[in-house]
Design a protein around this ligand. Sequence first.
Ligand code: TYD
Length: 202
Amino acid sequence: MAGRFITLEGIDGAGKSSHSSFIADRIMARGFEVITTREPGGTALGEKLRSIVLNEKMHGDTETLLMFASRTEQLADVILPALANGVWVLCDRFTDSTFAYQCGGRGLSESRIATMETWVHGHLQPDLTLLFDAPLEVARERLNSGTNAPDKFEREQGEFFSDVRAAYLKRAAQFPHRIKLIDSARTLENIRTELGFLIDSL
Ligand code: TYD
């Protein structure tokens, strides 16, 4: 049996990464093997692309192409082989991030990103996308209390994150069967109960 493909999404500071190990444990508790990975990144070349795209100033089209370049490597080397072997894949960000950040945030054309999506993974969509959502002020506060230096995206100001969030919410409304909106402002226990239910129903 093929593995399941689960992606984690949300604006920076919405708290998605803190749930990754809980979700992986829950999958293993069901008796499946799981790998966790991230985008951009996840392969040796992808991680090099990540450090470029998260730190260098560049044209929005270049940024988008590099996101899909990293994704192409990751699909070929990690995601597709794992799924074919019955291994579940838990990926921190995927193409919904490109629609939210490059289209919503940067204003790139949605149809161009859709064309690249078809090119790179026309045959594959996540089985489940967990979209962690929190008010902008909550997310901003979480980011500011972190210890890591902010990357290029985290330094964005003004409308950027409200545009990214709006683009995410639009996608959740467009694909309600795949994308589950997780209200991240609740208690950890509350969120985990819902995550457990969603994972167990896959
Ligand atoms: P993330 O791994 O969540 O950052 P961190 O580990 O620092 O919390 O995400 C890296 C950044 O890349 C994030 O700001 C969103 C951005 N990104 C895009 O703009 N487009 C994409 O397609 C992807 C995958 C990520």
